[in-house]
Design a protein around this ligand. Structure first.
Ligand SMILES: [Zn+2]
Ligand SMILES: [Zn+2]
Length: 376
């Protein structure tokens, strides 16, 4: 097997978005096939891969999940191994996540684990969401590949390399995309009485959406409704027939997510009446909260405290989202942040995670998966 740094850089060059990870899948498969042993089984689901390493004396199956997709972002790092796919980038560290997972396959192919380890290379984390359909497929078609517990990591730009940060309970929020389209009736700027102006309607709706968090959500709960993009009209002297609001919703509870969607619907219906227009709502991809099971989260933190070269940190929850939440909704497990020490945030075109994180995390996760036991 080639060196893991080279593998990470090769993967970095070929970012592909959700369910289009064909080159990525091919690249991963070529490496995994070279590591094959009689106790290793390779399965394929859409653009994903499932590698089962049968244990020498298995008591249970422990899962490890990596996401494999990139983002529609034009890279701006200037590194020699920049993305070869114009307009696409691994800006969320999934190239690192995949490399660590390949390193695990290599480690377990060198030395068989006692328990069965299943490694999931999951497509489409950034959207439309691969975790939910992958788990549904496993449950209905391949129950033998459903683990008894499952773990995953995500790089964290703000922590130094070697920091392992997690907590029992909620780690990441419930999230949903939000797209609202308004359709009225355009016309000449000098004849507003003959039109139904969607710039005015959208502006008012955008302001009303701000009242959901301030007036409807319990102040002891937390939620975010952000409109990040607003478009309307065509030119300065035509009244806009169409407008569009694009945003995201984040909540700490599934109930608040429901409440926010109910309020959005009501405000959109009210806008239809007030401005005589049609308003349609599309929630795009919605992810369930990442809720760490207590035993699994503590097992990670305890192991990190004892493991040389890493620092355990019990961190607060974050308003980020992750479709790994769908695995944790049904299975015990936990996710953790791992330090990547870069000045730029996730999804930034200049993000450059520290490559030293690969070796540290590979060591940590390999040993953790070898010693992890289910709660009695
Ligand atoms: Zn991301
Ligand atoms: Zn990510």
């Amino acid at each position: 097997m080639e060196n893991l740094l080279e593998i990470r850089r090769e993967l970095h060059k070929i970012p592909e978005i959700g369910f289009q990870e064909e080159k990525t899948q091919k690249y991963l498969l070529a490496i995994i096939e070279k590591l094959w042993k009689p106790y290793i089984q390779i399965d394929v689901w859409r653009t994903g891969i499932i590698v089962t390493i049968k244990g020498s004396d298995p008591q249970f199956k422990v899962g490890w999940r990596t996401d494999i997709d990139g983002l529609p972002i034009q890279e701006n790092t200037g590194v020699s191994y920049e993305s070869e796919h114009q307009g696409f980038m691994h800006a969320c560290g999934h190239d690192f996540h995949m490399t660590i997972a390949l390193g695990l396959v290599q480690a377990f192919s060198k030395k068989q684990p006692e328990n069965t380890v299943i490694i999931y290379f999951q497509p489409a984390e950034e959207g439309p969401g691969g975790a939910k359909p992958m788990l549904e497929w496993l449950r209905s078609e391949r129950p033998d590949l459903v683990p008894d517990a499952i773990f995953a990591l995500h790089i964290a730009p703000e922590y130094p390399v070697g920091t392992i940060a997690t907590r029992a309970g909620m780690l990441f929020a419930n999230t949903s995309e939000l797209f609202i389209d308004l359709k009225g009736f355009g016309g000449h700027a000098a004849y507003p009485h003959n039109t139904r102006d969607m710039t005015v309607a959208a502006a008012n709706l955008m302001i009303q959406l701000q009242t959901i968090v301030s007036r409807n959500i319990n102040p002891l709960d937390s939620a975010v409704v952000t409109i990040g993009k607003m478009t309307s009209g065509t030119v300065q002297n035509i009244i806009a027939e169409n407008a569009r609001l694009e945003g995201t919703i984040r909540t700490m509870s599934a109930e608040s997510m429901k409440l926010i969607k109910k309020r959005i619907k009501a405000l959109c219906r009210a806008t239809e009446i007030a401005y005589e227009c049609e308003v349609t709502i599309d929630y795009g991809s919605s992810y369930y909260q990442v809720e760490n099971e207590t035993h699994c989260a503590h097992a990670l933190l305890d192991f990190a405290e004892r493991f040389p070269g890493v620092d355990a940190y019990e961190c607060p929850p974050a308003m980020t989202g992750e479709d790994f939440g769908f695995f944790l909704k049904e299975l015990p497990g936990a996710m953790f942040w791992t330090g990547a020490n870069t000045a730029y945030g996730l999804h930034h075109s200049a993000i450059q995670p520290d490559e030293d994180l690969i070796a540290v995390n590979l060591q940590f996760v390999e040993h953790f998966l070898r010693i992890f036991t289910l709660s009695e």
